[in-house]
Design a protein around this ligand. Structure first.
Ligand code: HT7
Ligand code: ZN
Length: 874
């Protein structure tokens, strides 16, 4: 297949200042008439042909300046259009008529049907499935769109920008026109048509401009969009307050659809959402769902500036919009909720998803310079590590200079298709700083590893911190260049206060700028031995190997003023205890855990000075996947599971009385609110419910809780405890059936029921998942259904997916292959679950390799899937 390289980037020969589109919608035969104004970029250059991208198109007619082209003037295939005879004028108008089949489009790219409605997804290269075009992000055009459709089936007709004329066409058909005054790349084009319910609201921007807001959903689900609307208004206000970004159209529309490959899409003025990230009420959505809706509504809205007003020059620059917009949505959520809790959750996500990617065969830089299939580069590295890189820029520059850099970037590049170099330069210019070494974070892959050692000299009053950098994954050590790593730190006295010192060179306030492969920092003027707290707030996305003993960690857990590092210390203690237990399990020894760790859990739970959400996170041991990554090789998922469940049972038994009290003390009285305070209490109670159930050794308590729960958060938590801890109990069967019955006509909610069952530990779950694939609510064509059942099974059920007999892999390969026939993007995303196969113990490793090899060898395997499989095997 073709390999795309950054070094091959060339500007297009032509510009398309204006694009007019007419859609005559029909389920099987939609006609698209596109009129492009084409302008030679360099009228002096001798350009005699024009090549436009297409994908699966049927060309109906083609004309230039109103004259039909002769058959020998062009060449049209399903995948491209080459016009060989062009007018010599510097500009001309090209009209192309194509026919497409939305009903048959199950790849969910281009124009497709979801629940009988029409919708589009054009990022990254879906517009070429609608018409022949320069389907690349650096060609910006002003779009005018006319939609014609059946009035009865499609009363709602939407596109980007502001609404224009609309009216009747006779014969039961009508039309609507839209005009988007902001030049945009084709990937931001959108169209929605159908019969939808709507909720409306208003927002007035800081400069007084009124904006009509609307969220379109399936009829009958309008009430469930109210939280999303509230989140949208808060996003709009926040972006004005924090980044000075105002909205720039008369309307802002959001549409929720049930068939969608990703979370949502930031099309200019017309965001299209996976309904999972719009619909919520107390009875159907968990606190996690609410938080995700808030984050994703924010994310897509924030793209209006970082992505739409300033877009990417090419897809290698994807992190320019994604990393920055994730950073912005993280900050938004931190401001709306608890900053410390949000940061801990972000770091957990980064470690669980991005670290294994960066340390495995799919590792790539935040700004890659080569790809085969761009859809496979919407990765956690580009999104989450990309966000961490922006965060480090802020740490290095400080709040004020960072904002000045952002202001400069937004002003200087408004209307541009920009690059990472443009972005970095804005900060360099605003802060008068050289960020060339720092920029390596964009180009050098692998998880950086910092090993530290310390020494204190009592007589000299000096504390020496020695740092060494290497990496897990990425280029070989001898070819790696040293990164500039910002480490926020503090030196603590025995009473927990921050000690004063004279800082060495390279230390700027609370930040150590570590910029060499190896370096010592000598702090002077320390009369007592300091206790080091470092990488506070996870200031750098690294693996830190410290020399801290248990006493040091217990001290940080109790006294660090940085809440993140308090959690980090607790997490490290739990990780050490788990690693030790896995070793015991492998040698057949009895598992035991240090009593001080067990009692620490009790103390944390009881500590009312800590917010409940923080306590819930601190009480949650590292996941099985985290433990596997930490161990790194020869992984036996059964041993890991055994160690973790034994730790949880020990914690539960050791603290049952205390946990019971705290469980009761955190009960919520009064009406449900999806806010940080209530959700924190619910998460603490539900972590404790799991511990108490393990201590009880029976399902009674969880069953009680499931029956009493008045909201989805508590109901799902109780159902998870039942299914995961007591899969064969009558109570579990009863509650699973009751849930199925209650939500039999709500597939989005049944996804949770599927997911819980797909993540029941143990190899029997393979058969259960097979059975669930025959459930009437399951469909191979809907990505949400496939991800809830198969995605959860393969990415969040280590013991079942990696069953020693290989049955999990067999099921997996069947499903990935089936998905690939209709939706390659979905298949490729699922296939990522096997990326860490080389870390498995030999028997599973061989079975996993064989599974990958068989899938890769299949004739007809899509480019998307084979790209993932080949890199995974390489
Ligand atoms: N920018 C959006 C990415 C996206 C996407 C990419 C490929 C295929 C389908 C897709 N749907 C959405 C989402 C975002 O990051 O905001
Ligand atoms: Zn995004």
């Amino acid at each position: 297949g073709t390999v795309f390289r950054l070094q091959d980037y060339r500007p297009s020969d032509f510009l398309i200042p204006e694009t007019r589109l007419i859609f005559r919608l029909d389920p099987r035969e939609t006609l698209v008439t596109a009129t492009l104004s084409l302008e030679r970029r360099d009228p002096a250059a001798d350009v005699t042909a024009l090549k436009l991208a297409g994908d699966g198109l049927v060309l109906k007619s083609i004309s230039i300046d109103g004259k039909a082209l002769a058959a020998d003037a062009y060449e049209a295939t399903a995948d491209c259009l080459i016009i060989k005879q062009l007018p010599s004028s510097s500009s001309f108008s090209l009209t192309i008529e194509t026919e497409i089949d939305p009903e048959e489009n199950k790849a969910l790219m281009g124009l497709y049907r979801s629940s009988g409605n029409y919708c589009t997804q054009c990022e990254a290269e879906g517009f070429r499935r609608i018409t022949y075009f320069y389907d690349r992000p650096d060609v910006l055009s002003i779009y005018s769109v006319r939609i014609e459709a059946d009035r009865a089936n499609c009363p709602v007709l939407l596109s980007n920008g502001n609404p224009g004329a609309s009216g009747d066409l006779g014969d039961g058909r009508h039309f609507a026109e839209w005009h988007d005054p902001h030049p945009k790349p084709s990937y931001l084009f959108a169209l929605v048509a159908g019969d939808l319910g709507v909720i409306r609201d208003h927002f007035t921007t800081a400069s007084g401009k009124p904006v009509d807001l609307a969220i379109y959903v399936e009829h009958g689900k309008e009430e469930r969009a109210l939280y999303a609307m509230d989140a949208l208004k808060r996003s709009m206000k926040w972006d004005e307050d924090v980044f000075g970004c105002e909205y720039d159209l008369d309307v802002f529309n959001i549409v929720a659809v049930s068939d969608f490959n990703m979370g949502a899409m930031e099309n200019k003025g017309l965001n299209v959402f996976n309904d999972k990230y719009v619909l919520a009420d107390e009875k159907t959505a968990t606190d996690v769902d609410y938080a995700l809706i808030e984050a994703i509504i924010g994310h897509e809205y924030f793209h209006n500036w970082t992505g739409n007003r300033i877009t990417c020059r090419d897809w290698f620059q994807l992190c320019l919009k994604e990393g920055l917009t994730v950073f912005r949505d993280h900050e938004f959520s931190a401001d709306q909720r608890s900053r410390a809790v949000k940061r801990i959750a972000e770091v957990r996500t980064l470690r669980t998803h991005q670290f294994p990617e960066d340390q495995g065969p799919l590792s790539h830089p935040v700004r890659p310079d080569v790809y085969k299939e761009i859809n496979n580069f919407y990765t956690t590295t580009i999104y989450e590590k990309g966000s961490e890189v922006v965060r480090m820029i802020r740490t290095l520059l400080g709040e004020q200079a960072f904002r000045a850099g952002m202001d400069l970037y937004l002003k200087r590049h408004d209307g541009d298709a920009a690059t990472i170099e443009d972005f970095v330069k804005s900060f360099e210019d605003a802060a008068k700083l050289d960020l060339s070494q720092f920029s390596l974070w964009y180009h050098q892959n692998g998880t950086p590893k910092v090993t530290l050692s310390t020494a204190y000299d009592q007589t000299a009053g000096t504390f020496t911190l020695h740092l060494k950098q290497s990496a897990i994954g990425g280029p070989a050590l001898n070819t790696r260049k040293p990164l500039l790593i910002p480490l926020v730190f503090g030196l603590l006295g025995r009473d927990g206060s921050e000690l004063a010192y004279t800082a060495p060179q390279g230390v700027d306030g609370s930040v150590i700028r570590f910029d060499a492969m190896e370096k010592s920092f000598v702090f002077e003027g320390l009369k007592e031995k300091p206790i080091l707290s470092i990488n506070r707030g996870f200031s750098a996305p690294i693996v830190l190997k410290d020399d801290f003993d248990v006493a040091h960690r217990l001290f940080l857990a109790a006294h660090d003023s940085d809440a993140f590092n308090r959690w980090e210390a607790i997490n490290a203690l739990l990780m050490d205890a788990l690693k030790n237990a896995v070793g015991q399990e492998k040698t057949g020894a009895a598992l035991d855990f240090p009593p001080q760790i067990l009692s620490l859990m009790g103390k944390i739970a009881e500590n009312d000075s800590l917010e409940p959400a923080f306590r819930a996170l601190a009480l949650t041991p590292p996941s099985e996947a985290d433990l596997a990554r930490e161990i790194g090789e020869n992984i036996d998922p059964d041993a890991i599971y055994a160690a973790r469940i034994a730790l949880q049972a020990s914690i539960g038994k050791a603290n049952a009385a205390a946990f019971e009290k705290i469980y009761a003390a955190n009960a919520i009285n009064g009406p449900f609110a999806p806010d940080a305070e209530q959700s924190g209490k619910r998460s603490l109670r539900n972590v404790l419910l799991d511990y108490l159930s393990l201590a009880d050794g029976g399902p009674g308590r969880a069953h009680q809780s499931a029956m009493q729960s008045g909201n989805m958060t508590d109901r799902i938590a109780a159902l998870s405890v039942l299914a995961h801890r007591f899969p064969d109990a009558d109570e579990t069967r009863t509650e699973l059936s009751r849930f199925e019955h209650d939500f039999r006509s709500d597939p989005l909610v049944l996804d949770k029921w599927m997911q819980i069952q797909a993540t029941i530990p143990g190899e029997q779950t393979v058969a259960r998942v097979r059975a669930l694939m025959n459930h009437p609510a399951f469909s191979m064509l809907n990505p949400n259904r496939v991800r809830a059942l198969i995605g959860a099974f393969s990415s969040a059920n280590q013991t079942a997916f990696h069953s020693a007999d290989g049955s999990g892999y067999t099921l997996f390969a069947e499903v990935v292959t089936k998905a690939d026939e209709r939706n390659p993007q979905l298949a490729a995303r699922l296939a990522i679950a096997l990326r860490s196969w080389r870390s498995l113990e030999p028997v599973r490793r061989e079975k996993a390799r064989e599974t990958l090899a068989v899938m890769a060898a299949r004739e007809g395997c899509s480019i998307d899937l084979s790209d993932i499989l080949e890199r995974t095997l390489a």
